[in-house]
Ligand binder design. Structure first.
Ligand SMILES: [Zn+2]
Ligand SMILES: [Zn+2]
Length: 157
């Protein structure tokens, strides 16, 4: 920039950086993950319609009214927690919110059983942030022609 060139453009443009809609909804899923009650892993999920309007949300944990699971002295798989995606689907079911054609934002890639449920609930898109690896349901989702991809949060890594 040459000295004094600011004078030729009187309007000051303030650049704002906004997250994409995908990033915003993943950030919301991350916020719900903080509510997770399983001592092994906290997972959050958000179900949004095609315009990005949030329809339902969930996090993982023992069913309501039951003690939170505690894996401090155990390497056994968690059998008590209802997974975040299932809780989000069930919350939608309890309130009569249709999930057909909607998108799920989940912090960790869905497991096999959650993927079966997501397919049957008519979910057509799945966005996740972290790979889970073990017991992944991603191949199942792709096999069911569901649009699956990962979302990274800018500046978060
Ligand atoms: Zn647990
Ligand atoms: Zn699951």
């Amino acid at each position: 920039m040459t000295p004094g060139s600011e004078k030729s453009s009187p309007q000051k443009v303030v650049a704002i950086t906004r997250p994409s809609l995908h990033e915003t909804l993943m950030t919301v899923a991350e916020a719900y993950a903080l509510r997770g009650t399983c001592s092994r892993l906290q997972v959050g999920a958000v179900i949004a319609d095609s315009r990005g309007v949030v329809l339902s949300s969930g996090y993982n944990g023992a069913p309501a009214g039951m003690p939170h699971c505690d894996h401090t002295d155990s390497s056994e798989p968690c059998r008590l927690s209802v997974h975040a995606e299932i809780n989000a689907l069930l919350w939608a079911a309890r309130r009569g919110v249709a999930t057909e054609g909607s998108c799920v934002y989940v912090t960790h890639e869905p497991c096999y059983n959650c993927s079966l449920a997501l397919i049957q609930a008519g979910i057509t898109e799945v966005r996740y942030r972290y790979s889970y690896g073990r017991n992944s349901g991603v191949p199942l989702l792709i096999g069911a022609s569901i649009d699956v991809s990962s979302v990274s949060l800018v500046g978060a890594e």
